[in-house]
Each structure stands twice: as C-alpha cells, then as structure tokens.
Design a protein around this ligand. Structure first.
Ligand code: NGO
Length: 517
C-alpha cells in the first residue's frame, strides 16, 4: 500500500509539471524540428482531440496502416484516449491519406492542415506520411514520448491550426555511428534509429570495422568476429552483430524509413582483420589486436589476390543481408601505401562493389581514383583538395569541423576529440551545404551526414551527449530550405525540444548557447 501510494504521488507530480509546461503559450512552429518548408499558422481554435475523435487511414498499404497505428499510440500516450479507427461523421476526425497522384509532394513530402473540424495529412508515398506523423508528434505534448504515464482520467489535447506543405531539401540525411572503436548492442542502435527518425533523418551509416574491432559476422571468414570482434578501444570486451541481428536492424530501420549503410573500412583501418587472418598481411604474419586510438598504421596487402577474394566475400555476404543499394569501403587515412597502389586498390574494389549491384561510397581520399558514375565521395577533411572533390560523381558532406559530432562542444566538454575543431551548436548549425565544395554541381550533392566516431564514447549515453543537440542542427540543415533557417530562430525552437527529449530519456548536452525550456 505504502509503495503504491508513493508511486502515485511521484506520477502526479511529474504529470503536473508537464501540464504546467503545456499551458504556457507556445505556437506550433516553436515545436517542429526540422523546420518545415512551408508553414502557416492560422487563427482559429485548433483541433481538440477528445473521446469522440476518430482516426482514419485511407489506404490499404501496410506501411500506411502501421504509421496510423503509431499515431494512435502517440495520441493515446498524450490523452489517455484510444481513438476509434473508422469515423462515423465527416467532422472531428484525423485523416491520413496516401494519394500517389500528389506527385509534387515527392516520395518524402507531405501536406498537413489542422483546423477545428479536421486534421488532414496527405502524402504521395508512405515515407511522406511517416514524416507528417513525426510533425504531428512534435505538436503533441512532450509526455506523449513517455510510455510509463498512466492517465487516471483522459486529457484533452489541442493541436494548433496550421497549414504545412513540407518536403526535404536533400535526399541523404544521414547519421553515422562508429560501432568499431566501441561496440553498441542492437538495442542501442535501435534507439539511435528511433531518435534520428524523429528528426526526419533517413540514413544510418554503420562503421562496422576498424583497427580495434570487426563487428559483423562473415560466414566464410569466421575469425573476423571470433578473434577480431573481441576487442575495442581501452581493452574492454567488444562484440559483433550476427547476420540475423544485422537483418533485424535493417528491418527495424526500414519501418522508420531509415536505410542502413554498411561500411567496411579498407585498405587501412584493418588491424582487426589483419590480426584475425595472417594471410591478409604481406609478410603473412598476424599483428596483435589493437586497442589504442592511433590511425593510419594498418593496410590490407593490396598486391595479393587473396585480399580481393576476401573483399568480394565480405561485399557479397553483406549485400545479401539488405536490399540497400550502398556499400561503403572507407578508404581513409592510408599512410603505408604509395598513391598508385591506393588508387589501384580503390578501383579494383569498386569493380567488386558494382558487380554486386551496389553503389560504392568512400571517404574523400577516394576522389583520387577513377570513379564510376554511381560512386559517392564522403567529404570529411576540412583541408581536402576542393577542386578534386568538385569533380566527384556524387558527394555527401560531413565536414569534420562542422558535422563531426565526436568533436568537443568547447574546452569544457568532458569527452570527445578536438583535432578538427571545437564545435558549439551554432557552428554545427550555421553552414550551407551548397558552399562547402565550390564548383560541385548542385545535383551532385546528395546531402549531409553527421558521424559520431567512438574513440571516447564508450556507451550510448556518451553518444547521445555528443549527438544531442547537434544532431538536430544537422537534421535541419539536411531537411529545411536554406532561406528558412536562422540561428536566432532555431536556437529557441531547439530549446523547446528539451521537455520532449527529457521524456525520451535522451542524455542531451544543455549547451550554453541554447535557451533550454
Ligand atoms: C577521422 C578518421 C577516423 C577517426 C575520426 C575521429 C575519418 C574519415 N577517419 O575521420 O578514423 O575516428 O576522424 O574524429
């Protein structure tokens, strides 16, 4: 009895606190992040979600129905109400409709109108419905994120009157997680997928192999994980994903419209593979496992045929785990090869990747090679030769002095690196992808990606601390039109995310340049 009473008190106090927040005047556009392409706040009462509100999905598409169920659940958490699925009247309803004829919305765009009678969300494809529902989610009270709240009696929630037409600026809105320096279990990765999807990001690049660990099961080369998967930075136990776990991650991500992009870094950053298989070394001798943080010392033996059989087996097995059309070969920081050896390796591996039906991605060093039209250069070195990058067939932008979320915020940040820069939130936000590589044709720029390298992030809580709030800045750069972005407005909207992020349990950094709620 004492226990139960105590629990109710705590719950009551918490609900009271968030309710007070909800009563403060806050326009809907103070909540939505990334900023929609077009948003008009309208006068008028808004839409009150109550016991007789119905929700309807006009589509038989399985993804659309699932998105409708997700929205029903977020509304249940906000109000205590389980909405009925088939509306009896034309009024007081939330309509989600999939209309392939609305081609101008694109695959990821949506239109959302809210007035006193109705909420109408329309998209041409399920991804657009998903993003529209993320927008509605950000207009619900923050406690909709907090599953444990039980309502003793239902609460009404009012969505403000708005008209939104929205679609992303870039097709590639990525986050990268280095699971090699420190390993993160599948549940951690799923949580990260949830958090990036809420911010309308659609790629999760997994850095699956480096000097310190090999993280994906390859059936033909079992020692990669049996030996190479054991370690991580600092000497703590590593880990790896079985092929089944990887497939499960791919499916989980796909339900949230996130594509997982696998990276096996080569020919450098390969000590874990080299120490597992002596034959991959030019001298046939396996080096010991490595748990430090130096870079640039390792390389596959680019003159041996077995190296290319190895690469082909790896590409083939990973490609079979996922329909995603991408394979990232790393290609960064090779200090032990001559430039012609490096170029030959990249071109030969590119042939293997293309043969297996995948588009090759690589860090910006690969721009020195002869690239296939489908290949993608991921820019990272602030001082990389821009003229060479401008000739790349396609580009993703991760300039380390803006988009590397493993860089410290400022000198006081307890973890993180600083080799490229200290990156306060404002610096992570205030840049335009269009100006990073002068001379690159706009159509070549696929988008933006924010990596978290994990030399200093040992747990997913550490990752969250470095990623939030800056990941939200990168998400907005990737989604919102440049002319709709300003730091002064963004920082207020960013600060308004605090109650939602708190309800989600995100370990975000309360950066001093943001007015946190
Ligand atoms: C570099 C390096 C990585 C480091 C990272 C740390 C690239 C592409 N290679 O980025 O191995 O982990 O910096 O910030």
């Amino acid at each position: 009895m004492g226990m139960r009473g105590a629990r109710r008190d705590i719950r009551g106090a918490a609900a009271g606190a968030v309710l007070a927040f909800a009563c403060a005047a806050r326009p809907a556009d103070a909540q939505i992040l990334p900023q929609p392409a077009q948003l008009e706040m309208r006068s008028g009462a808004g839409f009150e979600i109550g016991a007789s509100t119905a929700i309807a999905v006009t589509s038989s598409d399985a993804a659309a129905l699932r998105i409708g169920r997700d929205l029903t659940e977020w509304i249940r958490r906000s109000t205590g109400l389980k909405l009925t699925a088939s509306p009896a009247t034309p009024a007081n309803r939330i309509d989600l409709s999939l209309d392939p004829a609305r081609k101008t919305l694109g695959i990821e765009g949506y239109e959302l109108t809210v007035d006193a009678q109705r909420v109408a969300l329309t998209a041409a494809a399920p991804a657009g419905l998903f993003y529209g529902v993320q927008t509605i989610r950000q207009m619900l009270p923050p406690w909709s994120e907090y599953e444990a709240v039980l309502f003793l009696e239902p609460r009404k929630v009012t969505l403000p009157s708005v008209a939104i037409t929205d679609a992303p600026r870039f097709a590639w809105r990525g986050a990268m997680l280095d699971v090699a320096r420190h390993f993160f279990v599948p549940d951690d990765v799923k949580r990260y997928i949830d958090l990036i999807a809420l911010h309308k990001m659609n790629r999760l690049h997994l850095h699956l192999a480096d000097d310190q660990g090999w993280r994906i099961e390859i059936k033909k080369w079992p020692d990669l994980t049996a030996k190479g998967g054991r370690t991580e930075v600092g000497g703590t136990p590593g880990g790896f994903y079985t092929q089944q776990q990887y497939k499960d991650l791919v499916a989980y991500a796909e339900e949230r419209f996130v594509t997982i992009v696998p990276e096996i870094d080569m020919p450098g950053h390969t000590n874990a593979a080299l120490s597992s298989y002596p034959a991959l070394n030019c001298d046939g001798k396996a080096p010991p496992p490595f748990t430090g943080t130096d870079v640039g010392f390792s390389s596959l033996c680019v003159d041996k045929d077995i190296t290319y059989r190895f690469v082909e087996d790896v590409v083939k097995e990973i490609a079979a785990l996922s329909p995603a059309p991408y394979f990232h070969i790393g290609g960064d920081e090779v200090k032990t090869l001559k430039p012609e050896q490096y170029r030959m390796f990249v071109e030969r591996v590119q042939g293997i990747v293309v043969k297996h039906g995948r588009q090759m991605l690589g860090w910006d060093e690969i721009a020195a090679a002869e690239l296939h039209p489908s290949s993608v250069v991921q820019h990272w070195r602030p001082d990389a030769a821009k003229a060479e990058l401008a000739r790349a067939p396609r580009l993703i932008l991760s300039p380390a002095d803006r988009a590397y979320l493993d860089m410290k915020y400022d000198a006081g940040t307890p973890i993180g690196l600083n080799w490229a820069a200290m990156i306060p939130v404002r610096a992570a936000y205030e840049w335009d992808p269009a100006t990073i590589v002068p001379g690159a044709p706009p159509s070549a720029v696929l988008g933006v990606e924010a990596p978290v390298w994990s030399e200093t992030t040992a747990t997913i809580r550490d990752v969250e601390f470095m990623a939030f709030p800056r990941l939200a800045a990168i998400a907005e750069i990737a989604w919102s039109p440049q002319e709709r972005r300003s730091w002064e407005e963004f920082r207020v909207r960013l600060g308004a995310q605090a109650p939602r992020w708190t309800a989600l349990g995100i370990n975000f950094h309360r950066a001093p340049d943001v007015p946190w709620k």
